[in-house]
Design a protein around this ligand. Sequence first.
Ligand SMILES: *Cc1c(COP(=O)(O)O)cnc(C)c1O
Length: 433
Amino acid sequence: MKFYSTNNPELRVDLKEAVIRSLPADNGLYMPESIAPLPDSFWENWRTMSFSELGYHVAKNFFQDAIPANDLKQIVDDSINFEAPLVALSETTHILELFHGPTLAFKDFGARFMARLMAYLTKDDTEELTVLVATSGDTGGAVASAFHNVAGTRVIILYPKGGVSDLQEKQLTTLGGNISALEVEGTFDDCQRMVKSCFLDADLAKKHNLTSANSINISRLLPQSFYYFHAARQLLDLHEGAEPTFVIPSGNFGNLTAGLIAVQMGLPVRQFVAATNINDVVPRYLADGKYEPVKSVATISNAMDVGAPSNFARMQDFFGNDWDSMRESVSGLAFSDDETRVAIKEVKDTLDYTIDPHGAIGWLASEAWLEAAPDSHTVILETAHPSKFIDTMEAELGAGNIDIPERLACLSELEKIATLVKPDPQEVIGYLG
Ligand SMILES: *Cc1c(COP(=O)(O)O)cnc(C)c1O
């Protein structure tokens, strides 16, 4: 299979180039040349397959013959070894829990798959691979966990000082070994810009064999499409014939783009609702057709504090750069921190469900959507476990009222190791050595 750049449809690269180089030299993003619809044989069986089997069939359809079937099966089985259950809050409202992986956020799907795919694609290479990744909170932890002790790789994580929660920070800074962290005196956008400028320096990228683990990397998105299928069939089990309206708490819009990939493969979806915090570049674009990236603003849903969403170029590409056609499939809604806080409390008090700040924004968007389209069945992507944002959660629900899973709780004892740097690409270059 081949990939082209969103900035140059004439350019064609193979899978290894797209995954390992991550970013075309023209500063576009890689897109698959075509995405085939799933065959009838898939739709005859998809409701009864295991989750990883479902993932394998979707991946096989996406990669076609670029990866031998047995290798691909292994990669998917090793990556998707935890569940994504759909929880009904009411007749109309459902939560897709995406936090059952090792680092308690949906990022585990993409990071685990990507780490295994990269290891597979570089198994015959001799040079070490350097994975550079900017994180607004959860990506770094997921990538660190996915690549920890993977031979032939080193991982450098950039995160905004003070911009991630304490436990998120521990996930990035305590593994040691082939994982190191740069604490940037700036915002997530600074981190993202620093990473991007390293990639655009072709000599540097070559010298260090740089690769990106951000959602600019197409291999992170594909495994996220698996759970759209999985959610849709769980919804069908509850409401035969229902087409899901996916409500997606969004930052860099990788998750939403993965949903668009699922639709291209033939998944029936009624609507996508992009839910953001006050970093609402995309909802504003959907409202008035003007795309105006801005500096990101810090919020309590920090993983969505993105002022220049990296996957927007892919979304536009999917819709042929046509605003009207994007608006038909994707709606946008934005909410403030105050509204988010009220929602966390309300969901607990009225539905007895503990929802994290990102999911709470999804819930607000779902409520607004259902008011306008009451016959919808919404599926809110719950993107992280509430314990990752313990301070915000306890402020609303009271101290001691949030369960912290053991795999997170044990981190608080570990010592943080990070290098403080200025928001300047030169700092990363210097660190690379
Ligand atoms: C990364 C993240 C998001 C945003 O996802 P995108 O794919 O970047 O839109 C939302 N919520 C949580 C908890 C995240 O970690």
